[in-house]
Design a protein around this ligand. Structure first.
Ligand SMILES: [Zn+2]
Ligand SMILES: [Zn+2]
Length: 332
């Protein structure tokens, strides 16, 4: 090797140093970028699970409402504190649901704080806190969600008739209807109410459905009571100050202090009527009037025929204040 060669290899060595440095810097940069990327992924995971729980809670809530109503109907036993029992059941189911995130190293928890009436009697309110954590990243949300009792593909049964008539022979389930057989007339008779036999073989809606006629006066606005008949045939429920809310229905109360709902209980269609029967009187056909626990809360109404099919008359008994509410002709 001559001098020239020596100088050349020294130069190339000096040239290699910055290249080395560059490579080291690039490696460092890419390592720290991976670190950032990882923490972004983790925070995405955590937010995703929180969102997941937010969607899952109302679904679980609806399942529990449906399940509790079925449980009461099957056992014939009212719940003693429906809000707490529903809350506890939702909590249990959410605890189980949250375990599914463990294998991903995500600790998720949903605290159901309270279950109560909402402004709308066809909804209930659930308050909860959701906590999700993965590594250093934590996320917490406070939620207040309304769950609807009305869902056509997931209908919820009204447990009240099953509880009220249990001691009087019970009721049975027909197609979308609660069938009272003789139990309702026996129940009314036991309370010393007049014309209790008018409710022999009565029926009422099985599922809670919200009446779409709004304002309610529309029920009486059509010729021949077409809207009223349509409402009754569909088994709709209406908002009511006097009617029981869903929680109190589960506890077997026909009336309650909360803003609730009411539906019609219908006497069986009859052939033995003429229009001059309109002076006939029986307990007014609203469920909260029939199932009121205090005698003076139960009042009578006059017969109103709303449909005639050949020889069969469809009718109900209505007091004047409910006739007014539904826009139906008053009885003088
Ligand atoms: Zn209606
Ligand atoms: Zn209530």
């Amino acid at each position: 090797m001559n001098d020239k060669g020596y100088v050349l290899s020294l130069t190339s060595f000096l040239l290699i140093i910055p290249a080395f440095l560059l490579v080291i810097i690039l490696i460092n940069m890419s390592v720290s970028q991976t670190g950032n990327h990882e923490s972004i992924l983790t925070s995405d995971d955590v937010l995703g699970v929180a969102k997941d729980l937010e969607t899952q809670l109302p679904q679980t809530g609806r399942e529990v409402l449906k399940h509790k109503s079925e449980e009461v109907i099957e056992s014939g036993n009212p719940l003693s504190n429906s809000r707490n029992e529903i809350k506890d059941e939702i909590q249990n189911r959410m605890d189980i649901w949250c375990l599914r995130y463990d294998p991903d190293g995500i600790r998720a928890h949903c605290d159901v704080l309270c279950v109560d009436n909402s402004q709308d009697p066809f909804q209930i309110e659930i308050k909860s806190t959701i906590n999700v954590q993965k590594g250093e990243i934590k996320h917490m949300v406070n939620l207040s969600q309304n769950i609807s009792l009305i869902n056509e593909s997931f209908p919820i049964m009204d447990p009240l008739p099953f509880l009220k008539c249990k001691e009087y022979g019970g009721v049975t389930i027909g197609k979308n209807k609660t069938l009272y057989g003789s139990s309702l007339s026996k129940y009314l008779k036991s309370r010393g109410l007049n014309n209790s036999q008018a409710y022999e073989n009565a029926t009422s809606p099985l599922f809670i459905k919200k009446c779409p006629y709004s304002p309610y006066e529309l029920h009486g606005s059509t010729h021949n009571f077409v809207n009223l008949k349509n409402c009754i045939d569909n088994g709709f429920y209406h908002e009511s100050n006097d009617g029981a809310c869903f929680f109190c229905r589960l506890e077997g109360h026909g009336v309650c202090p909360h803003y609730g709902m009411e539906t019609f209980i219908l006497p069986a269609p009859s052939v033995n009527l003429t229009s001059n029967n309109s002076s006939e009187v029986a307990t007014s056909s609203l469920d909260h009037v029939i199932f009121d626990e205090i005698s003076f809360g139960t009042y009578s109404g006059h017969l109103l025929v709303y449909f005639q099919d050949g020889t069969d008359y469809s009718y109900l008994f209505l007091d004047n204040s409910h006739r007014k509410k539904y826009g139906l002709p008053l009885w003088e």
